[in-house]
Design a protein around this ligand. Sequence first.
Ligand SMILES: [Zn+2]
Length: 474
Amino acid sequence: MRRLISLCSFFVLIALLPLAPPAPAQSAASAASPDWQTLQSEAVQKLAAYIAVNTTDPPGNEILAAQWYAKIFQAERIPFEIAESAPGRGNIVARLKGSGSLPALILLNHMDVVPVSRQFWTVDPFAGLVRDGYLWGRGSLDMKSLGILQLLTFLELHRLHVPLRRDVIFVGTADEEAGGNFGAGWVVTNRPHWLTGAGFVLTEGAGSRADASGKPIYFGVGPTEKTPAWLELVATGRSGHASIPISNSAPNQLVTALEHLRQYRPPLELTPPVEAMLRTHAPYEPEPWRSRLLNIKNFLAQPDAYAELQKRPDILARLTNTISVTGLTGSNKINIIPPDARAELDCRLLPGWTIDRWVAQVRGIINNPSIKINVILNFPPATSSTDTPLFASIEKAVHALDPGAGVVQTVDAGFTDSHFFRDKGIISYGFEPFTVTREDDERVHGDNERIPVKNYQDGMHLLWSVVYDFVRAQ
Ligand SMILES: [Zn+2]
């Protein structure tokens, strides 16, 4: 992760097409409607082609995806701009102009995907195959599918000449899977004009669930997420020949510190976004969790609450800060006691926690002032309000298209690129307009990643409805 810290930007490519001739504006009163069959077939065909653009990160090579999008924008006569944060690390933007009377909406998607272990796949992960009702391939869930739905929503607004009360900005970025500093983080700092006038972002995260038959149960909206506090502990001590032990050697001090951390039980803490999450998820939980989550304060006051929550690590992780020891290094020779020993900790913090407070907490737990604590990655906590017209448009569209499904709030245990935008005061939601089963969801970053075609195509309709409601001139 160290390379995340050194940013470089030395190559920029700008490709601007002349603005398309003004189109006959559609009257604001008449509703525009895509030809769903055509659009939903296009969604499948484009996703298959996009999966074939290999943007495995590392190294990323997102410039290939940016150029792939660029060809589409060229064909549709939509101006766009590409910028590389480093060679091969492409980012792309395109904007539909509205009246400017309200803040713009960014449709944000990352173009990189995580690596595959080909030997465990039953199909070519970059072929974009449709089989057994699924579209298979790396990125089919995370997040090339949503990228294509965002693209087609954007294109349809243009194709149908929908008069807009806000600008709509399509942004495809590099590097999300490695922290985003060559992607969204770079764009926010180095291409601020891409985001001019923006007040809202829709991107990945939150997750939307279908039952085993594929029927939507709920759609998630993520207004915040836990923040990473990736730490390195460095213990130092006298080195020497391992035949004569040194009781306070660097490795021994480190192991003692880690044992304190292993035994530490972070206190339960109910934050407002998590309370909203648990309350809105409760109806979809079996008993006894349904009642527990509905009355979460009562449940947390029970003496056995912690023990019960340990059976549900997914809920527990939303109620505590977490620590996972992930890396250990010491001597590279078995008979040398090294002068230093290091551990990497992946800690995740609840909304509201600052890094300084957390480092002080860790320092107190390990209780050894000679151990140094370095912060490898962190960003400030930020939460977007859910009392917004964008949230209302999501609820309205879900209720219209899937009256049986709910809208739930989610606090992601991981993190996305949203924080770069929340830090700028832009309302940012994780929102995936297609539902998948729990089993489908577990293939994200795993083998045989695939998306159910019908749910994906239904997601095209839902995303269009949300965005159309939110941006069209009234
Ligand atoms: Zn992703």
